[in-house]
Design a protein around this ligand. Structure first.
Ligand SMILES: [Zn+2]
Length: 117
């Protein structure tokens, strides 16, 4: 589990989630989300997802990442005894880092093709 520093230099357990948003040729959109304990693991999984949607499906693909509090899932609040309360782990911060949406484009020297199963 990764950690981030919140408030009074308290380490908070965090989680990296990612979204691969894809754009089909007809203009419709879709997305797949996932997450891992570290940024490097999240990038690896996101890359794998992106190559599928780009290489097999032929869609444009865009990746974004967020490091959020593991306890509240980035909401900054949790439910305690059926009441919404500020998350005690992150003190309400929720999301620690965001890597903005970036289009992933293969090298022009790469020919994507569906792998026979
Ligand atoms: Zn939290």
């Amino acid at each position: 589990m990764a950690t981030a520093i919140s408030g009074k230099k308290t380490a908070v357990e965090t989680y990296w989630c990612y979204a691969i948003d894809y754009l089909r040729e007809d203009g419709s959109k879709g997305a797949v989300i996932g997450g891992q304990n570290t940024l490097s693991a999240a990038i690896a999984e996101a890359f794998s997802d992106a190559t599928y949607y780009n290489g097999v499906c032929g869609y444009r693909v865009f990746a974004s990442f967020k490091q959020h509090c593991a306890l509240c899932q980035g909401q900054g609040e949790i439910t305690i005894k059926s009441k919404r309360r500020k998350c005690p782990a992150c003190k309400g911060k929720g999301i620690f880092q965001t890597i903005p949406e970036t289009e992933l484009v293969p090298s022009k020297h790469v020919q994507m093709s569906e792998k026979a199963s």
